[in-house]
Design a protein around this ligand. Structure first.
Ligand SMILES: [Zn+2]
Length: 368
């Protein structure tokens, strides 16, 4: 043990945090071994460096392995050790401002070969808090392989691909998450500069505006809308996007109604009548609730014609209606970045013309 003050405090990349850290470096007395809360899993008796996260939770690991895996630690260890290096049990101590559990997830992968993504060769859904911690920690400390794997897994759920987005059950195979996690995804997208995560995260946030989270503030318990946890900029994007999506939905309903009778309709009178009757029977209150953005990619034509009327459309018209709906949704998906006022590079988000070319088939030619 040493009586000397701590000296190794890692830069965080956050100016205010760095400033706080350096301001605190001087007055904090050195920790003793007894004060540390040793992590039971990540504490190797033969380890040669001790990482101390917040709340004085300590991990004893190997400096050489850490250097090999982490670009940031490699840079730190290449610096000559200061003469007043804090040591415990002969090991240099590095203080980190991170949440101990976040750091532990990363260290378990590096030192214990923990695999949060596969069991043998089978994909397992990664719990969102773990995935989020792995992305943030590996990004912060420059552990590229873990960062790539974790980010790629997150993108399986918060996808840029429309077909994948529609396959909700398929996405759940990769990440165990809840709508509220979209708030954290937006933060991850900002921190790691991955704007392609944002459109789907904002889309989910649109449905959070009525969900409240109970919070304690000045000894009072308050119910606050969950989206209010976003920054003002992000909040503005969500509400602007929400209004635009409602407009899209309204236009979509009209477009689908206008699709029948189609130009190839074999029974125009019958299909016109089916459309007219559908229009007459639309429940206005339901239309209003259907404007809610969470429905923007929900099935539309089957909803409008659900009272058995769809059976009265001829085959051509049914296909035409489906084609119009599909194209309309693809357009909305491709324009989600603009809808939410965010810039996503073209290579990271689908462009409508490309999607339509990929999707083009006999049916499109027939009903366009
Ligand atoms: Zn028809």
């Amino acid at each position: 043990m040493s009586d000397e003050r701590p000296c190794k405090r890692l830069r965080t990349g956050n100016a205010s945090e760095d400033s706080n850290t350096s301001a605190l470096a001087s007055p904090i007395p050195p920790l003793t071994a007894a004060q540390l809360k040793r992590d039971e899993e990540v504490w190797f008796p033969s380890g040669n460096i001790i990482l101390v996260a917040s709340d004085q939770v300590a991990f004893r690991v190997y400096q050489g392995i850490l250097s090999r895996r982490s670009e940031v630690f490699r840079g730190l260890f290449e610096l000559p050790p200061p003469p007043d290096t804090e040591k415990i049990d002969g090991c240099p101590v590095v203080h980190l401002p991170d949440d101990p559990l976040d750091l532990k997830y990363l260290l378990l992968v590096i030192f214990c070969r923990k695999n949060y993504f596969y069991r043998q060769d089978v994909v397992i859904p990664t719990a969102f808090p773990i995935l989020s911690a792995l992305i943030r920690m590996s990004h912060k400390y420059g552990v590229q392989d873990i960062y790539d794997t974790a980010l790629s897994r997150l993108k399986k759920f918060y996808t840029s691909d429309f077909e994948t987005w529609c396959d909700v059950e398929g996405r759940k195979h990769y990440v165990q998450t809840s709508p509220a996690d979209a708030l954290a995804v937006i933060e991850i997208a900002h921190i790691t500069d991955n704007p392609s995560l944002m459109p789907s995260a904002y889309l989910i946030c649109c449905s959070l505006d009525t969900i409240v989270r109970r919070k304690r503030s000045h000894d009072q318990v308050l119910d606050a809308p969950m989206v209010s946890e976003l920054t003002p900029w992000d909040l503005q994007r969500v509400f602007t996007g929400k209004a635009r999506l409602a407009q899209r939905r309204a236009a979509g309903i009209l477009a689908v109604m206008q699709a029948a009778p189609c130009k190839d309709c074999a029974k125009a009178d019958r299909c016109s009548m089916a459309t007219l009757r559908t229009l007459q029977r639309i429940d206005v209150a339901e239309i209003e609730s259907s404007m809610h953005d969470k429905h923007v990619f929900d099935p539309l034509s089957s909803w409008l014609w659900r009272r058995g009327l769809i059976a009265k459309l001829c085959g051509h018209c049914m296909k035409a209606v489906d084609a119009v709906e599909k194209k309309m949704k693809l357009e909305t998906w491709c324009e989600l970045p603009e809808i939410f006022d965010i810039y996503v590079p073209a290579e990271a988000w689908p462009v409508l013309t490309d999607v339509l070319v990929e999707d083009e088939g006999d049916e499109d030619e027939e009903f366009d």
